[in-house]
Design a protein around this ligand. Structure first.
Ligand SMILES: Cc1cc2nc3c(=O)[nH]c(=O)nc-3n(C[C@H](O)[C@H](O)[C@H](O)COP(=O)(O)O)c2cc1C
Length: 204
């Protein structure tokens, strides 16, 4: 075995969390594939703000996603205000004291969030989803972690206690938040969750 390959192998063996999936450590020169395979949902973040330029760049990558008929029928709201993040968490805690568990806030501890809202319609959630993965991969490539939060989106859409915060997002009429993306510098390195490869099939 060549020295370079041996070093790569040793590195991969010692960095269990950098493997794409359990029992599946591969090398690639392809940065996009590497970024896709190394992304994990992050639920613990360092107590560090995220630079506004990075949040802007992540959102720019989001709206670069393909979308049905190029309608761009989405609203993207970047929030890094402690007042919003902690205030909405406290408002929810009044009605559900256990909402955060051991977390600092209801956004899985993140210092910043990106809310993606869409109107109702056949392709809206597809557009929102494609944008979401673009943003998660852009964040990953910038050394940031993310977690897509569906539960919090439902709370923001429906809870009277959060109405003031929903209004602060200034969403167009009839738009609903599809998900909230937690963004921050990761303070954990979760193992990859196994994927069921039998879901993929070549068909003759
Ligand atoms: C639409 C959607 C909603 C999600 N909602 C939540 C949520 O409310 N809370 C949470 O902790 N994770 C949430 N997740 C993250 C998933 O739990 C996570 O993606 C999944 O377990 C796979 O793990 P991985 O992202 O690390 O590969 C959501 C993911 C998606 C795509």
């Amino acid at each position: 075995m060549k020295t370079k390959n041996l070093i790569v192998l040793l590195f991969a063996m010692t960095m269990g969390t950098s493997c794409w999936a359990q029992n599946e450590c591969k090398q690639t020169e392809n940065k996009v594939i590497e970024t896709i395979m190394q992304r994990r949902s992050i639920r613990k973040y360092k107590d560090m703000p995220v630079e506004k330029e990075k949040l802007q760049l992540i959102a720019d990558c989001g709206i670069a996603a393909p979308n049905a008929m190029n309608r761009q029928a989405w609203a993207v709201r970047i929030v890094d205000s402690k007042d919003f993040i902690n205030g909405s968490t406290e408002a929810m805690k009044k009605v559900n004291p256990n909402i955060t568990g051991n977390d600092k806030n209801m956004y899985r501890n993140a210092p910043a969030i990106i809310c993606v809202a869409v109107p109702s319609g056949d392709f809206s959630y597809i557009d929102a989803g494609l944008m979401g993965e673009n943003m998660m991969l852009a964040a990953q490539s910038l050394g940031l972690g993310t977690c897509c939060l569906g539960g919090v989106a439902m709370q923001l859409n429906t809870r009277p206690e959060l109405k003031d915060y929903l209004l602060r997002l200034k969403l167009p009429n009839d738009y609903k938040i599809a998900y909230v993306l937690a963004v921050g510098y990761p303070d954990e390195q979760p193992q990859a969750k196994q994927r069921d490869k039998s879901k993929i099939m070549f068909v003759e």
